[in-house]
Design a protein around this ligand. Structure first.
Ligand SMILES: *[C@@H]1O[C@H](CO)[C@@H](O)[C@H](O)[C@H]1NC(C)=O
Ligand SMILES: *[C@@H]1O[C@H](CO)[C@@H](O)[C@H](O)[C@H]1NC(C)=O
Ligand SMILES: *[C@@H]1O[C@H](CO)[C@@H](O)[C@H](O)[C@H]1NC(C)=O
Ligand SMILES: *[C@@H]1O[C@H](CO)[C@@H](O)[C@H](O)[C@H]1NC(C)=O
Ligand SMILES: *[C@@H]1O[C@H](CO)[C@@H](O)[C@H](O)[C@H]1NC(C)=O
Ligand SMILES: *[C@@H]1O[C@H](CO)[C@@H](O)[C@H](O)[C@H]1NC(C)=O
Ligand SMILES: *[C@@H]1O[C@H](CO)[C@@H](O)[C@H](O)[C@H]1NC(C)=O
Length: 297
């Protein structure tokens, strides 16, 4: 009997230990933190200051800063001020390099009587979608018009940026099932707790860490797919930062806000399978307690 209890208790403790390792623990403002410690995280709207090694509230737009890390959301620290950065796509009019999606730069463009400047890229071959103008994407080093979901394809890079080519058809983001091929983190169905393994097949996410920053993976999937439809409809290129002045935010801001709102590790609730294992732990605890008490009596 004693052995049984011991085994049950050990099992309970080990399961609980594995479970608690899933997502980082959330700190409060002014709590001690360490950038290298992935088991803890500062709350949304704050950052881990390398100077004080505590969680500090992020600097809003136009606030003073010394490094990008201090600025809110996707703002960057330029000229000691937090401003919107890297939010323009190829051939969008610009005034500074810092506005252009990397690796494009703000260069003279369509010079007539006056000279405009636009984000541009001067190599003959591309490596990222950001080097191609909407509606093009980078396919094997060349900008080609992206194929929409449902159209025929040979490789995923012919499809829209977050879509996957499977069975020679472009498939929408997060739609590949267990055991099916994947090419990126956007391939596999997160609502079924799937991630893309290193060998290119969708597998169960046993660690559950991919869901830490998201309240509900099926909501995230739905909003992300709506945002992609909205982006394509409004002819916006994929950019580094969906900042307020970006085409995608100007056209689909509500969806961008919703997606960002989901990205709060500190308000995340466990996903379905996670809560099942929590329930399992609880029933084991209750069972061991019951056995323990009955042994004493
Ligand atoms: C984090 O790790 C890097 C590289 O290992 C090291 O240089 C740095 O000092 C560490 N920072 C802290 C705050 O521990
Ligand atoms: C930013 O810095 C300037 C001087 O560099 C100072 O005058 C100003 O008050 C600071 N603003 C904030 C919000 O701290
Ligand atoms: C940063 O400051 C320099 C020098 O004052 C100026 O030329 C440049 O336009 C500023 N950059 C931005 C993004 O405002
Ligand atoms: C999945 O990938 C393998 C190997 O790359 C390929 O042979 C197969 O045709 C792919 N399956 C689908 C459904 O695209
Ligand atoms: C990829 O790895 C998983 C296990 O991680 C395995 O089940 C699957 O068969 C592998 N697929 C290929 C195409 O090698
Ligand atoms: C789980 O996490 C460990 C260490 O973080 C990693 O090595 C392993 O590949 C992960 N497994 C899955 C299925 O994600
Ligand atoms: C959510 O957070 C992750 C990691 O912090 C980041 O890589 C991702 O871009 C964020 N997503 C959105 C929509 O902000």
């Amino acid at each position: 009997m004693k052995y049984l209890i011991l085994v049950l208790l050990l099992l309970t403790i080990s399961i609980h230990f594995v479970n608690s390792k899933d997502c980082p623990r959330c700190l409060d403002i002014d709590d001690e933190c360490n950038i290298n410690d992935t088991t803890v995280t500062c709350p949304k709207g704050s950052f881990c200051s390398p100077i004080s090694q505590t969680c500090k509230i992020s600097v809003p737009e136009n606030g003073n800063c010394t490094v990008d890390l201090e600025c809110e959301n996707t703002l960057g620290c330029i000229n000691s001020t937090c401003i919107q950065t890297h939010y323009l796509g190829m051939i969008e009019l610009c005034t500074h390099d810092s506005e252009c999606t990397t690796p494009t730069l703000c260069k003279p463009y369509s010079c007539g009587q006056t000279c405009n400047k636009a984000c541009n890229y001067f190599e003959l071959t591309c490596t990222t979608n950001g080097q191609c103008q909407f509606p093009m994407v980078c396919t094997s080093g060349k900008c080609n018009t992206a194929k929409n979901d449902g159209e025929s394809c040979k490789i995923s890079s012919e499809c829209q940026p977050y879509s996957t080519c499977s069975e020679n058809i472009c498939q929408s983001p997060y739609s590949m099932d267990l055991g099916e091929n994947c090419t990126s983190d956007y391939s596999c169905d997160i609502s079924k707790n799937l991630i893309c393994s290193s060998n290119g097949t969708c597998i169960k996410d046993l660690n559950q860490t991919s869901h830490c920053g998201s309240l509900d993976p099926s909501v995230k999937k739905s909003i992300f797919c709506q945002l992609e439809k909205c982006r394509i409809l409004n002819e916006c290129q994929v950019v580094d930062h969906m900042a307020k002045k970006s085409c995608i935010y100007q056209s689909c801001g509500e969806l961008v806000d919703k997606l960002n709102g989901l990205n709060d590790t500190c308000n995340a609730t466990p996903s379905n399978s996670n809560s099942q294992s929590v329930t399992y732990v609880h029933s084991l605890l209750v069972l061991s307690l019951f056995l323990f008490i009955s042994l004493i009596i």
